[in-house]
Design a protein around this ligand. Sequence first.
Ligand code: ATP
Ligand code: FE
Length: 335
Amino acid sequence: LFILAIESSCDDTAAAILQDNKVLSNVVANQSIHGEYGGVVPELASRAHQQNIVPVIEMAIRKANIDKKQLNAIAFTQGPGLMGSLLVGSSFAKSLSLALKVPLIAVNHMHAHILAHFIEEEGYDKPEFPFLALTISGGHTQIVKVNDFFDMEIIGETTDDAVGEAFDKSAKILGLPYPGGPLVDKYAKLGNPKAFSFTKPKVPGLDFSFSGLKTAILYFIQKNVAQNPNFIEENLNDICASIQHTIIEILMDKLKLAAQQTGINQIAIGGGVSANSGIRQTLKEAETKYGWKTFIPKFEYTTDNAAMIGIVGYHKYLASKFEDNSVVSKARIPF
Ligand code: ATP
Ligand code: FE
């Protein structure tokens, strides 16, 4: 069974070919243009998708070494995301499904960040249902109880900023370019995580809040730069390590509570921020510390990619969950 998957929800144009649950090709075209603006510019993102989509899909098919006539279905990201970006992927998926006379499958991007764990990969175990998923990305921070492929419930989520935004906005305060998350990670590796401390938000239950942390970091930097204009340069590694340490503690506190409340000790992470080396290491250590079995995705399946859309497509295909051509993109989509 060959599936072409298309992902265009934000600023990356991505296409993948899966044969059943295995990835034959996984191509991503990043849009560097947004770096100049300090964030994703929707208008520029949809334009870049239009330029990239045909070559990216052609490359995915070529790398998979198949002919497009062999495709059995087309899966695409229906939402959530930027409308102008989503429309480029969905329109292309619809046209190709019509032309090739193969079924069309609509995929929820956040389900895909979670179900990426079901991609067949050597050396990677798949979680068993039910498990808990911590989805940490540019737009979301959720703890999800995953009962089955299409039976998931959000048991905790952010009340304001997403954790990816917390990373990116902190980086911006430090004068680092967008997206700053990977840079904070890079400098944090060289710094002391206990050098500075930031108060953690007090949010009841399993929900999160990150906007207060961002403000605390802003005031901390402003105060110190007023005394020493070189404060950031002289302490960049320690500042990044301390910010990252605080974010990881916030995430771990809630994960521990979720595991306790649900009695589930299989924990998976997903989404762009799960590329963070500190989070990956902390979660690995939690196996011996708390007796969890943890699932950490391969790097290329953390930030936006089409392979994760393809694996959901595969399971939807098996369950005959198809769409007709009137299906519409959704900037927000019910979970
Ligand atoms: P969503 O999935 O919520 O719609 P998105 O698709 O824009 O949002 P992803 O691509 O899943 O987001 O994740 C991007 C985010 O991940 C950015 O905020 C980026 O800074 C962050 N990120 C990527 N790598 C790292 C890293 N190593 N450490 C910290 N953050 C990272
Ligand atoms: Fe994403």
